[in-house]
Design a protein around this ligand. Structure first.
Ligand SMILES: Cc1cc2nc3c(=O)[nH]c(=O)nc-3n(C[C@H](O)[C@H](O)[C@H](O)COP(=O)(O)OP(=O)(O)OC[C@H]3O[C@@H](n4cnc5c(N)ncnc54)[C@H](O)[C@@H]3O)c2cc1C
Length: 411
C-alpha cells in the first residue's frame, strides 16, 4: 500500500494544532493537520482572553476578520484581593490593583489594539477551522493518530483505521494527556491544584466598561471577562470539594454566589447557559522536542487559567517554531533536523518557565486564606499600584508583549 508523505504533520486539530498549522503554512511550509476536527458535542462555554500580541498573529494569519465582530476589548484590568482581605489589611498595604491600555503609549501600541480581546471559544475554533480549510498549504486529515514510529530518515504516523503517513517532522498538539509525548519518553513535572474552574456566562444590569475583573477569594480566583453586550464570562476556580457542593446546589445558585462578589460592579446577574466544570492541574515538559518530534500548546505546558495565558503561550510556541523552521530551511537544513528542534527548545525556555511556574506560584499564594501570604500579596499590590513603571510592565505582560517576539507577533 502506498504511504502519503508530508514535510510536516501536526497532530491534534484543537486550537493549538490549527494555529500551528496556519503559522507554518504562512511561512510556505506544507502541513498535514491530523485529528478529529469536530467540535465537542457539549457546548464549550469558555472564552479566551487574547493578548494583543496574539491578536497581531491572528490578523496576519487572516483569522481576525472572522472574529472581530464578536470580540470584546479589554481596556482595563482590575485585580482585587476580595472582601475577606480587609481582615488582613496592614498599614501600607492595598487590596486593589488596576491597570489600563492607557499605560501603553502610542509607540507601544499597534493600530490602537487594546490590552486584550475576549472571544468565545466556539467562535475562535470555528474561525481557525475555516481558515485552515481554505489554506492551500494545509491538508486536513480527519483521523485520530494511533501510533508513531521514528526511523533513521523520517517518522511514520499510524492512523486509526490502519492508514500510515510519513513525514520529516511531527508536531504534537494532542493536548495535555498527549499520547505522542508519552510515547517519546519526554519527562514532565506534574501537579494538581485541587481546584476546578466553574465556567459560565452571565448577563448583568450595569455596563462592564470593558474591564476584566479578577477577585481573589480565599478558595481561589473569580474572574469576570467582558463579552459583547452586557455579558461577562465567569471563570471561578474553587477547591474540588467546594465545587462538588456548589454544583449540587444548582447552576442558578452558583450564579447567585458569583453575584454576591460582582454585584457592586456589574449589578444583578442572570445566568446564560450551563455551568461547566474543568479540573485544574499543572504539567510542564522538561524538553519540548525528541527525535523528529516537537511539542506545542497544552502538550508542552498546562497552566492555571488565572492569568488567561494558556493559549497565548501556545501562539508564542507556534510562531517561534515557524520562525525556526523557516530560518533553518533557508540555510539548507531539513525541518526535522535535531539542531533546529534544540533551537526551538532554547528559544521557548525562558518564557514557558516564567509563565508556567509564575502562574503556579501565584495560584497557590492567592488561593490561600493564610494571613502571612495574603498580607504579603496585599503589600505587593500597593507597591505596584504606586509605580507607573511596574504597572506598565504588567500591562505589557498581560498583552503578551514582553521580551523578543517571533515575527508573526512583532509590532
Ligand atoms: C477554564 C479555562 C479557561 C481558560 N482561559 C484562557 C484564556 O482566557 N486565555 C488563554 O490564553 N488560555 C486560556 N485557557 C487555556 C486554553 O483553553 C488551552 O491552553 C487550550 O484550549 C489548549 O488547546 P490545545 O489545542 O493545546 O489542547 P486541547 O484543546 O486539549 O486539544 C487537543 C486536541 O488533540 C486532539 N487529539 C487528542 N489525541 C489525539 C490523537 N491521538 N490523534 C489526533 N488528535 C488527537 C483532540 O481531539 C483535541 O482536538 C483556559 C483554560 C481553561 C481550562
Amino acid at each position: 500500500m502506498s504511504m502519503d508523505r508530508y514535510e510536516v504533520c501536526v497532530v491534534g486539530a484543537g486550537m493549538a494544532g490549527q494555529l500551528t498549522a496556519l503559522a507554518l503554512a504562512e511561512r510556505g511550509i506544507a502541513v498535514a493537520l491530523i485529528g478529529p476536527s469536530k467540535l465537542p458535542s457539549e457546548k464549550d462555554p469558555r472564552t479566551t482572553a487574547l493578548a494583543y500580541g496574539t491578536v497581531r498573529a491572528l490578523r496576519r494569519l487572516d483569522v481576525w476578520s472572522d472574529l472581530d465582530r464578536d470580540a470584546a476589548p479589554i481596556e482595563r484590568i482590575e485585580v482585587n484581593l476580595g472582601r475577606q482581605a480587609s481582615r488582613f489589611r496592614e498599614k501600607g498595604s492595598a487590596t486593589k490593583l488596576a491597570f489600563s491600555d492607557g499605560l501603553l503609549n502610542d509607540q507601544d501600541r499597534w493600530e490602537g489594539t487594546p490590552l486584550a480581546y475576549v472571544v468565545e471559544n466556539e467562535f475562535l475554533r470555528s474561525a481557525l477551522h475555516r481558515r485552515c480549510a481554505r489554506h492551500t498549504e494545509i491538508c486536513l486529515v480527519e483521523s485520530p493518530v494511533a501510533g508513531l514510529e521514528v526511523r533513521s530518515g523520517d517518522a511514520v504516523l499510524r492512523l486509526e483505521g490502519g492508514h500510515t503517513v510519513a513525514t520529516d517532522l511531527v508536531i504534537a498538539c494532542d493536548g495535555h494527556a498527549s499520547r505522542l509525548r508519552r510515547a517519546s519518553g519526554i519527562r514532565t513535572q506534574t501537579g494538581d491544584f485541587d481546584q476546578d474552574a466553574l465556567t459560565f456566562t452571565v448577563g448583568h444590569t450595569l455596563p462592564h466598561m470593558h474591564t476584566a475583573r479578577q477577585v481573589f477569594l480565599p478558595g481561589g480566583p473569580l474572574a469576570a471577562l467582558p463579552l459583547s453586550g452586557n455579558r461577562c464570562s465567569v471563570i471561578w476556580s474553587v477547591r474540588r470539594e467546594a465545587a462538588d457542593s456548589m454544583l449540587a446546589s444548582g447552576s442558578d445558585a452558583i450564579a447567585g454566589m458569583a453575584g454576591n462578589t460582582l454585584r457592586e460592579s456589574l449589578g444583578e446577574l442572570t445566568l446564560h447557559g450551563p455551568v461547566v466544570r474543568f479540573p485544574l492541574s499543572f504539567l510542564y515538559a522538561e524538553r519540548i522536542y525528541a527525535d523528529r518530534l516537537a511539542l506545542v500548546g497544552d502538550t508542552a505546558h498546562l497552566i492555571h487559567p488565572l492569568a488567561g495565558q494558556g493559549f497565548n503561550l501556545t501562539v508564542r510556541d507556534a510562531a517561534t517554531l515557524a520562525d525556526v523552521l523557516y530560518e533553518g530551511r533557508a540555510t539548507g537544513l531539513a525541518v526535522g533536523s535535531t539542531s533546529l528542534l534544540v533551537d526551538y527548545d532554547r528559544r521557548r525556555r525562558a518564557d514557558t518557565v516564567a509563565t508556567a511556574f509564575g502562574t503556579r506560584t501565584l495560584a497557590r499564594a492567592l488561593s490561600t486564606s493564610e494571613r502571612l501570604s495574603r498580607t504579603a500579596t496585599s503589600f505587593g499590590f500597593s507597591l505596584v499600584q504606586r509605580s507607573d513603571a511596574l504597572r506598565k510592565l504588567l500591562a505589557k505582560e498581560a498583552g503578551g508583549d514582553l521580551g523578543s517576539l517571533p515575527s508573526l507577533m512583532a509590532p
